[in-house]
Every structure is written in C-alpha cells, then in structure tokens.
Design a protein around this ligand. Structure first.
Ligand code: NDP
Ligand code: 8X3
Length: 257
C-alpha cells in the first residue's frame, strides 16, 4: 500500500471539498484519519463511509479552528490517547466576500483572518510539540494562487493566503535541525463549496465562477497533497502550485464562449 499505510493523518476542514477528498485519498492508502471541522455530523457520515475499511480507523471531532481552547482540548485528547499525526493537513479555510476594500465587510475580514491564519496557527501550535516529541511529521498547508498574486477585490483573502505562504516558509525555517517537514499545496480554481461560502450562499454567483472552463476537482488537489505526504523522508516537496489547464494566473482564465 505504500509509505502512508498505518500512518496518522489529521485533516482540518474535512467536512467538505478538498479536506473530504483528502480523507478519502489517505484512507485509500491505509492511513489512520483524524478529521476536524465544525459540522461534526458530516464528518460522522464520511467516517461511516470510510469505516468500511478496518485498516483505516477514523476519529472525528467537531472543532472550530478559531476557538483556541477547543483546538488545544482536542489536541490534548489525541495526545492522551497516544495519537500523534504523522501528517497534518492545515486545510480549513474560506473566502468571505469579493468587494473593494473600501466597501468590505469587517465581519468577513474577521472570519477569514481568524480561520485562515489564526486557526492554522492554533492547530499547528497545539500539535507540533507532540510531533517534535515523536521525532517525525509533515505539516502541509493548503495555500492558494491567491497567496502568490493579488486579484481585484481579493484584498483580505489574498492577504491571508500570502500569510499562509509566509507561515509555511517560516515554519520550515523554525523546524531546522529536526526531522519534520513543512510544505504547501497552492491550488487555483477548485470547484467545491468555496464560492458558495464566499458569496454567502448565492449558488448562481458561485456557479458563474467556474463557467466556460474545467476547474480542478477536490480530488485533483487531494492527489497533490497525497503526493507531497508520500515523498521519502529525505525529500521535501516544498510547494506545489496546481492550476486548471485553462487558468493562466490567479485571475486570467481561458473561458469558452
Ligand atoms: P469548502 O468550503 O468546500 O471547504 C472548507 C472546509 O473548511 C470545510 O470543511 C469547512 O468545514 C472548513 N472550515 C471552515 N471554517 C472552519 C472553522 N472555523 N473551523 C474548522 N473548519 C472550518 O472549500 P475548499 O475545500 O475549496 O477549501 C479548503 C481550503 O482550500 C481552504 O483553505 C481554501 O482557502 C483553499 N483553497 C480553495 C480553492 C478553491 O478554489 N476552492 C483554491 C485554493 C485554495 P465546516 O464548515 O464544517 O467547519
Ligand atoms: C481560492 C482561489 O482564485 O478563488 O484560493 O481565490 S481564488
């Protein structure tokens, strides 16, 4: 089955999209899963689907990554049970709104900053000491093309993903002298619930984002994350920028019609 068989993979934001696809991909490699998100019921349904495979036990918890106490409690519960992630996929995140900064909603800004940056920090801070003690581990952050190039009205979402990129680079430096690795997978357009969330439930507006070209599927991104996690211990695939073939930069896309 390969390198990841029997390893423990913790995925945040596993109730949907890229996170759920990661759960399925890593389960197929025989990994043990720890799945976190706020919508615990969805995690339970996913765990039941994956639980058919006795080689891949799944542990779920309803965790809001913005809630530092909840993150610390869930990480502590894992440590007490001797569960230490070999791979941490920091995937939980969102965009909220697409407005010029001067018209933006500060509540949207708070949600993005609290989830994409502070949530990723809380989760990493709570788990890394256990991974360091175990002497192994790989942190894979889900960044974005939005962390490489700003696009019109992307402002705060761009800032959070530029921040994720800085945190991946910073963590990689801070882990010097240890066997742990830090990497990021930075996708372009992926058709998930992302745009429905961004547009506060407006499905028509969300669908229009992916009109006229074939976007990435969540499974495409999960495959890249799985590839990063599968590299031999002396190899770090430090960064992958994964685009739909029709996407030329963060905001230029060949669309039919
Ligand atoms: P989805 O909306 O489908 O999934 C987002 C996931 O994040 C959900 O499982 C959601 O779970 C979870 N999440 C959101 N807020 C929190 C929170 N406070 N605490 C815990 N979990 C949370 O979108 P994607 O799968 O597309 O997004 C996953 C990641 O990929 C994000 O970081 C996003 O920025 C990034 N990305 C997405 C791209 C795209 O085009 N779709 C492109 C590049 C990067 P729940 O609501 O149950 O808590
Ligand atoms: C998500 C990709 O371009 O919609 O990170 O911001 S984009």
């Amino acid at each position: 089955m390969g390198r990841l068989e029997g390893s423990t993979v913790l995925v945040t934001g596993a109730s949907s999209g890229i996170g759920a696809a990661c759960a399925r991909r890593f389960a197929a490699s025989g990994a043990r899963l720890v799945l976190w998100a706020r919508r615990e019921e969805r995690l339970r349904t996913l765990a039941a689907e994956l639980g058919d495979d006795p080689g891949s036990p799944v542990r779920v918890a309803g965790v809001d990554v913005r809630d530092r106490a909840a993150v610390e409690a869930s990480a502590g519960a894992l440590a007490r049970d001797g569960v230490v992630p070999d791979v941490l996929v920091n995937n939980a995140g969102l965009a909220a709104g697409l407005d010029p900064l001067q018209e933006g909603d500060p509540e949207d800004w708070d949600r993005m900053i609290d989830t994409n940056l502070k949530g990723l920090l809380y989760v990493s801070r709570a788990l890394l000491p256990h991974m360091l003690e175990a002497g192994r581990g790989h942190v894979i952050n889900v960044g974005s093309t939005a962390g490489h190039q700003v696009y019109p009205r992307g402002n705060v979402y761009n800032a959070t993903k530029f921040g994720v990129r800085a945190l991946t680079e910073g963590l990689n430096l801070d882990l010097a002298g240890t066997p742990l690795r830090a990497s990021s997978v930075d996708p372009g357009f992926v058709e998930t619930e992302f745009s429905v969330v961004r547009f506060h439930g407006d499905e028509e507006r969300a669908d229009a984002v992916y009109e006229g070209f074939r976007p990435l599927a969540a499974d495409d991104v999960a495959e890249a994350i799985h590839y990063v996690a599968s590299a031999p211990e002396h190899v770090n695939v430090f960064q992958i920028i994964l685009l739909p073939a029709a996407q030329r930069n963060a905001y230029v896309v060949d669309r039919a019609g």
